[in-house]
Design a protein around this ligand. Structure first.
Ligand code: UDX
Length: 443
């Protein structure tokens, strides 16, 4: 089997490397020549456990190759994956210009029957638009090459993308063609363990499935954050409530951890895009709107707690910040709650000493330069270095090394003993017994 993957971002590269690992001949295409050069040398710029070694072994075994030429990649490919970016437009809807540009180029270069797969998260109806764009190019050059367009959404989590890809809960194949479905099943056959996990459905159904999955997970989080906030005035510990409801198998323990909001490249973007789709269909998305609104406010929650504690004047305070990435196991800071907290702290003249086990370089790259130049934000090399002369510690991302703090060391380093725990990592009783003021979320 020969396939090509267009777009060597997060999804494209994981897809290409994992299929190559299963013996498929894979060509990955990207228009960014510098990136392709790096990848040819086995260098992966994405922080993702296991990915670089898969890329390297694919290159060594000559099952994986990289090129900037789509026509070259298409020459032998039986399946083409489109995995290019779909950034949000101003109204939250997904910008399809890259997807449609690729579709046009596919149309100009199609020579034999090929299955074209939408792997990017794209609005319902995109497969139809991709099909139309390809058809238009074929008509232009008077060519009658058969093809099918399939939707095959991914459900990868950052930090465990390789494992998620190789041991999927399910493989969704949205297709209106039996020929295309059969070819997709053949491609995915090596990933099937114990029982068949492929679900075949209509193209539009598959497109919707991806959004519905992410929106439901985001809903669970926002719902739990709402319950947690309500627990505070009522004198309830949400952690007991979480265990109490999670044990109901209909509810389950997953995605009911309250905190300082969800972030990342998927949930915020997908909830917005689904809302935009609803509005375009003249349907008012009440729940989605609430999920988004709760998350926006939840990201301010830690700042509000800090403000209440140190009222009225925050200027001159030094805050230690543990965690910058949007979740543990990644250096990704897109829509990270830490960034929203930093914005508020910077605005109020607070000094911040921040540490993250993986995202320090990323922080230096994406945060406003003047936060550093005016000496307000310091990125430090060690989690305890962040605590020096700090008036409070704020935990935003639940990295493992933050779980068992050395309270004695903390006491000797910090100016005031206050902990704001944005992920409910610590036992409030234990922390208070150690002589610290403690504020969690919903307890
Ligand atoms: C998510 C989906 O899980 C994945 O299936 C999809 O393909 C892409 O989007 P990812 O963005 O990598 O993956 O992160 P995930 O682990 O799902 O966490 C998303 C956010 O929710 C994080 O900010 C996390 O801190 C937050 N979260 C998660 C909570 O606040 N509470 C929870 O209980 C779970």
């Amino acid at each position: 089997m020969h396939i090509a993957v267009i777009g060597t971002g997060y999804v494209g590269l994981v897809t290409g490397a994992c299929f190559a690992e299963m013996g498929v001949q894979v060509v990955c295409v990207d228009q960014d020549a510098a990136k392709i050069d790096q990848l040819k040398q086995g260098r992966v710029s994405i922080y993702e456990p296991g990915l670089e070694s898969l890329v390297r072994s694919g290159l060594e075994q000559q099952r994986l190759s990289f090129t900037t030429s789509l026509p070259q990649a298409m020459a032998q490919a039986q399946i083409l994956f489109i995995a290019v970016g779909t950034p949000p437009e101003e109204d939250g809807s997904a910008d399809l210009q890259h997807v449609l540009a690729v579709a046009g180029e596919i149309g100009r270069n199609l020579r034999h029957y090929t299955v074209i797969v939408n792997k990017s998260t794209v609005p319902v109806g995109t497969a139809d638009r991709v099909r139309a764009a390809i058809r238009q190019e074929l008509e232009q050059r008077d060519a009658a090459v058969p093809f099918d367009v399939v939707s095959n959404p991914e459900f990868l989590k950052e930090g465990s993308a390789v494992v998620d890809f190789t041991r999927p809960d399910r493989i969704i194949i949205g297709s209106d063609s039996e020929r295309a479905t059969e070819r997709m099943k053949q491609l995915y056959a090596p990933f099937i363990r114990n029982h068949d996990r492929t679900l075949t459905m209509g193209v539009r159904d598959a497109e919707m499935t991806k959004y519905a999955a992410n929106a439901l997970l985001a809903t669970k989080i926002s719902f739990m954050n709402e319950i947690a906030n309500l627990c505070e005035p009522l004198g309830v510990d949400v952690e007991n409530v979480r265990l109490g409801i999670g044990s109901d198998s209909r509810i389950g323990y997953h995605f009911i951890y309250p905190g300082c909001g969800y972030g990342g490249s998927c949930f915020p973007k997908d909830v917005k895009a689904l809302s935009a789709m609803a509005r375009q269909s003249s349907y008012e998305p009440l729940i989605l709107k609430a999920v988004e609104e709760r998350n926006k406010r939840q990201r301010q929650r830690l700042f509000e707690k800090i403000q209440r504690h140190f009222h009225p004047d925050l200027a001159g305070l030094t805050i230690a910040l543990w965690g910058l990435s949007f979740k543990p196991g990644t250096d990704d800071m897109r829509e990270a709650p830490a960034v929203f907290l930093l914005q508020a702290l910077m605005k109020h003249g607070v000094q911040v000493r921040a540490y993250d086990p993986a995202a320090m370089e990323e922080a230096r790259r994406i945060l406003p330069a003047d936060w550093f130049t005016r000496g307000q934000l310091h990125l430090v090399r060690h989690q305890y270095e962040a605590l020096e002369q700090a008036d409070a510690l704020v935990l935003v991302t639940e990295w493992k090394p933050f779980r068992t703090p050395d309270f004695a060391a903390m006491k000797s380093l910090m100016k005031q003993r206050v902990i704001f725990d944005g992920r409910n990592q610590y036992d409030p009783v234990r922390v208070r017994n150690e002589g610290f003021a403690y504020e969690g979320i919903g307890r």
